[in-house]
Design a protein around this ligand. Structure first.
Ligand code: NIG
Length: 382
């Protein structure tokens, strides 16, 4: 792989505490890693040079929450929601039926399409989950396929009790044969701890079993109403609790006293007509916040991290710096990675160039596609 000098950077967001934000900067990418960061005037030679002519450069988006192993379509459900129907967990079963019926090739094509779509918009590190299979064979198939396209894979057998199954028997299946089959193919386990999905005890049982298998833990919590998800995530030492739409002061305090990241999914809240999370309370308390797309066919069918950032700034009142950090470094922290979401010597060469002079344009020009160039692990994608 040739070493590449990216120079003429008008504004470089590094997310590195010492490097900070640089003007008139340059980067050298070599062997899939960042080899050098500094002033353009001091840049060393490289095999190739790309002058970005004053554009803004930032780490690629880290999308730490997606559900991309699926088939089928839920446009009608979305349309009904826009006419006033509430979102409910049960809609997941529609996608489960379509996913089980799909061939491996069809699921793989969908995965590739959605990952490529995300990368073309600046996402360079992506997590995705199982959870639309809900049998041992279908969850295993989902995990294996996901591992071919995503950077990190999460086991979400505890997404919904399949229609017709008994909840306690299904939890036993998830914690036993399903976990045994899937664990070698994933690094994380997750549970949808919510009314209509899994209650606190069932969720704890799943997370405890997954922890004993050596998997990192994540929780879907407090999405559709206040509930035990955040508290449970903190109790089990989860890396992240995702959604956090309904938080009590006690939830915020528990997160502030923990290493658990609060991952906010604003596109989902808009698509399900839920309120947007009160992010200022989290930030003021010192909680680490991530932003992710939650790309899935039911509650949030977008792969656009830029849309999430724009929404976070314009509607949740995050500053541009806070939102960009949450969608890059925050996502990395939610996945417990220290080599992505940041641009410093040694980090992965995940580079996003905007066709704009500053990241402020992400909110200043809402809806305008601003991705100009992307390198993922040092390989130019566009
Ligand atoms: O994160 N909340 C649970 N799971 C997904 C939605 C899945 C679906 O509706 O298909 C989410 O929003």
């Amino acid at each position: 792989m040739a070493a590449v000098l990216v120079t003429g950077i008008g504004e470089l967001t590094t997310n590195d505490a010492e490097l900070g934000k640089l003007r008139n900067a340059a980067l050298v990418l070599d062997g899939g890693r960042v080899a050098w960061v500094g002033a353009a005037a001091d840049a060393p030679d490289a095999d190739e040079s790309v002058d970005v002519d004053g554009r803004a450069v930032l780490p690629g988006w880290v999308d730490s929450h997606t559900h991309l192993v699926f088939a089928g379509d839920r446009t009608a459900e979305f349309g009904a929601r826009m006419s006033g129907q509430p979102y409910a967990a049960g809609g997941i079963a529609v996608t489960v039926d379509a996913t089980r019926a799909a061939s491996d090739a069809k699921l793989a094509a969908g995965l590739r399409k959605h990952v490529d779509e995300a990368v073309s918009q600046g996402t360079t590190y992506i997590e995705t989950k199982t959870g639309y299979g809900l049998t041992v064979a279908d969850e295993l198939r989902s995990a294996v396929l996901a591992g071919q396209y995503a950077d990190e894979v999460t086991f979400l057998g505890a997404h919904l009790v399949p229609p017709g199954a008994k909840a306690d028997e299904y939890v036993d299946l998830v914690c036993g044969p399903m976990l045994d089959a899937v664990a070698p193919h994933v690094s994380w386990a997750d549970v949808f701890c919510e009314t209509g999905a899994f209650d606190e005890d069932q969720s704890r049982t799943v997370l405890t079993a997954a922890g004993k298998k050596g998997l990192g833990l994540r929780v879907h919590g407090n999405q559709l109403g206040p509930g035990p998800g955040v508290r449970l995530a903190v109790e089990v030492g989860a890396a992240s609790v995702d959604h956090c739409t309904y938080l009590t002061p006690a939830d915020v305090a528990a997160l502030a006293d923990s290493d658990t990241v609060a991952t906010l999914l604003p596109a989902c809240d808009l698509s399900t007509r839920q309120p947007l999370p009160e992010v200022r309370a989290l930030l003021d308390a010192g909680v680490t916040v991530a932003l992710a797309s939650n790309c899935n066919p039911g509650s949030s069918y977008t792969s656009s991290m830029a849309f999430c950032v724009t929404t976070a700034v314009l509607q949740m009142r995050m500053t541009v710096e806070e939102a960009v950090r949450a969608a890059t470094l925050g996502g990395a922290q939610a996945l417990r990675r220290d080599d992505v979401g940041v641009l410093r010597p040694g980090s992965r060469a995940d580079v996003h160039v905007l066709d704009a002079p500053s990241t402020t344009h992400l909110a200043y020009r809402p809806g305008v596609p601003l991705t100009w160039a992307v390198w993922r692990a040092g390989v130019r994608q566009r």
